[in-house]
Design a protein around this ligand. Sequence first.
Ligand SMILES: O=C(O)Cc1cc(O)ccc1O
Ligand SMILES: [Fe+2]
Length: 425
Amino acid sequence: MTDYTPGFGNHVSTEAVPGALPIGRNSPQRPAFGLYAEQLSGTAFTAPRHENRRSWLYRMRPTAEHPPYTRYEGAPRFAPGTVEGPLPPNRLRWDPIANTAHGTDWLDSLTTMLANRDPADLEGVAIHLYAANKDMQDRVFMDADGELLFVPQFGRLAIFTELGRLDLAPGQIALIPRGVRFRITLPDTQARGYVCENHGALFRLPDLGPIGANGLANPRDFETPHAWFEDRDTPTQVVQKYLGHLWTTQLDHSPLDVVAWHGNLAPWRYDLSRFNTIGTVSFDHPDPSIFTLLTSPSDVPGRANADFVLFPPRWMVAEDTFRPPWFHRNVMSEAMGLITGAYDAKAEGFQPGGLSLHNLMAGHGPDLASWQGASHAALKPHKIDGTMAFMLESCWPYRPTRFAQDHAQLDYDAVWKDFPKALLP
Ligand SMILES: O=C(O)Cc1cc(O)ccc1O
Ligand SMILES: [Fe+2]
């Protein structure tokens, strides 16, 4: 059980030991109890105030005290780079990854599927899958390449971070900022899901425009953990992802030793059932941007580095409308995952834990069975229930890893085969 503070991007002050947090200054000459003050930046020092994100951590030892990093040889499918050469314009889809070997923790189970920029560009996103069956023991991970958005699909995660503990279950998502170290244990002994890694501008809530001041993901439903620490003087391995590669070093203590912190750069979790879904009450299927939960802007206004888009249970009431997603070709690139149930544009073949990719300009939309069903359905109010899908839509075309290329479904194109030709008068 953990305590949380509600709100998105708020300035939080929290201490696990009374008196640990300095009052009125960040870096006193001698912080309480001999703690070390450390600033963790999520944006440049000079970022505009409304975008500026940083926290001050008060820890038992400075992060700076560590031996050199050497290459990490574990996690064989994590961050291997993508396939070089011309990128085929083909649509791709994957079944959930088969069970990983017994005794594989979250970190070593990470399997990179798609990536679209070099992390050193400070733009782009990558999509990793995990399928773990062992707790991380005596080791922590940190990602210097971006913030991590967790989308569990099966099994709970207990995430012990430098800034507090997060309990996470399927149906919730969580975010860990760039650079924050954490360890993951598995309350259900097994867990499977997605991790979206964002190298670009920090995820934020989208502007709501004419929707108004409320709706979609409301800020108060994001939960940030209170300060928590462990005082453990036992050997601890640190693994970090740095510019696309994995590195490791060894400490003689746990770095999850932040006794107090304050600031607006912090992990959070969010319950997807809180998403206030908005859709048409007249006709036509709205653009999926109506379902944007988080956005990471690029330098081009309105063109996201990444949008995290949710397709939750909802009522469909549109009149004289083909209600599922329409056929379309998009200049943005669409990677999709499924948390539970079925997706209304794919009758079969897109399974919970699976993944699909429709890169820029790829013709896609309802498969033949979904098109037939929706073209003839009686248009009474209908609840799409028991489903939760998401899309990570990016302006940068995704490239698969070699593993992804070798494990894609063999004949995905066939779901769009044999559409009857239109009959002209
Ligand atoms: O391709 C998809 O299934 C995602 C999607 C959903 C939708 O409702 C409208 C457009 C779109 O790309
Ligand atoms: Fe699409």
